[in-house]
Ligand binder design. Sequence first.
Ligand SMILES: Cc1cc2nc3c(=O)[nH]c(=O)nc-3n(C[C@H](O)[C@H](O)[C@H](O)COP(=O)(O)OP(=O)(O)OC[C@H]3O[C@@H](n4cnc5c(N)ncnc54)[C@H](O)[C@@H]3O)c2cc1C
Length: 476
Amino acid sequence: MTDPLVSDLRRVLGGAAVRTDAIELSLYARDASLISGEAGLVCFPSNAEQLSAVVRACAAHGRPFVPRGSGTGLAGGATPAGDVPPVVIVTTKMNRILEIDEEQRVAWVEPGVLNLDLSREVAHLGLHFAPDPSSQQSCSIGGNVANNSGGPHCLLYGVTNGHVLAMEVVLPDGTLAMLGGIDPEPDGLDLRGAFVGSEGTMGIATRIAVRLTPLPPSVETLLADFATMHEAAAAVTGVIAEGIVPAALEMMDRNIVEVVEAYIHAGLPVDAAALLLVEVDGLAGGAAEQARRVEKILRANGARSVEIASDEEQRALWWKGRKSAFGAIARIAPNYYLHDCVVPRSRLVEVLEQVSEIAAGQGLVLGNVFHAGDGNLHPLLIFDQRVPGTLERVHQAGRQIVEACVAAGGTLSGEHGIGLEKREHMGLVFGAADLEAQRWLRQAFDPSGLCNPEKILPTGGSRCGDIASLPAGAWV
Ligand SMILES: Cc1cc2nc3c(=O)[nH]c(=O)nc-3n(C[C@H](O)[C@H](O)[C@H](O)COP(=O)(O)OP(=O)(O)OC[C@H]3O[C@@H](n4cnc5c(N)ncnc54)[C@H](O)[C@@H]3O)c2cc1C
């Protein structure tokens, strides 16, 4: 017998936009994280009215649902979880840039618009959408909003929250509401601020007003290589201590430099213990002067060489290397587990050493490529899941890394979110009252508990997402 919800959704969306084949269900059973769940059905609304009707139908049938953009999330946020396999509501067909207001520097977009597509679309106006996750060619702006995503240039420009002015959202009962406003000081409670970063647990954004930022008139990009991680980390602290806030300040360790160089052939020094990629921008003279100051600090902290990109081609090649580092790992092993924790910059060296000991203790290969300027670590545990016992060691190392970062005064996630991956770690940084306050807020948006269940808040016991207990096939 056909599921009555499927019949209702087919009436609203048409048959082709509601999928129930086993192969489609398995494709949408997880995001880019290691955690797999089970999709009840998958649907593709084309506009806000259809999406609202889908959510109303789910509410009427008491069926949980999960918003999904491009599925590049790394914490299991879009992985369907729970006892009743949820409906996965995919926004990829809602990919229109609706309006560009050059004067106000605001664009209204549908949630499925890809991050880089918006910047490309407004480049001729000298504008861009500043949050630039390394996945920006494929991640959606709806996903950026839900995860409050960052990126290399968020050191200067700030994460997504600072670039979202207003949102039309479908609330978990299917009603449409507008949160925030174009006015710099909208009246009322800041529900926009509550929704950004809520990882799809408070409704689904259907139209988003984002701030467009002028492209800097001049950019200088420096590449510095160090014989030790210690010196590279000290150089990071040195730059910030001088009162310079670069647009980006990224670090890559030797393992990462090796795989990246084999991929991009840019002549990167593969014998370096660490490379720093530093970018400063501003008016032409100012950026050049800042680059000179940065170079001096890098050299004073032991840089063996500092190169300044001679042209746009060289700069683009270095950034290609940085942004494709995760993918390049496939050259050395079939699997990786990417972590995302933040530590105070002053504790970078000490925590990096601990992370290295943890990986070695579990017999795992480690790579580090991360947003050093804001202390946002991305240790990559590189492995082959076919080797018996490896997944368990990866899981143990992951937990130890989180504990080490929190013990150093850091926090669970810099930008990838909590999702399923880190919900059981929430107790490491929040007390019972803090967690309860978050639960209240979530319930105020979603009293039925149908919207992206099982995510963010700890359950005390895991019905899905317990990484240690996942079958080997559930891993990337
Ligand atoms: C190679 C690689 C590099 C990455 N680099 C970065 C990086 O530099 N910085 C960074 O921050 N992240 C990075 N990420 C993580 C990821 O790309 C971001 O979190 C991104 O914003 C997710 O967008 P998405 O469209 O893929 O969302 P999805 O994975 O589909 O969903 C993410 C979350 O958003 C919710 N959601 C999706 N759309 C909506 C909507 N319209 N309304 C409400 N909730 C919604 C989902 O339920 C889920 O909880 C990287 C990922 C990969 C694979």
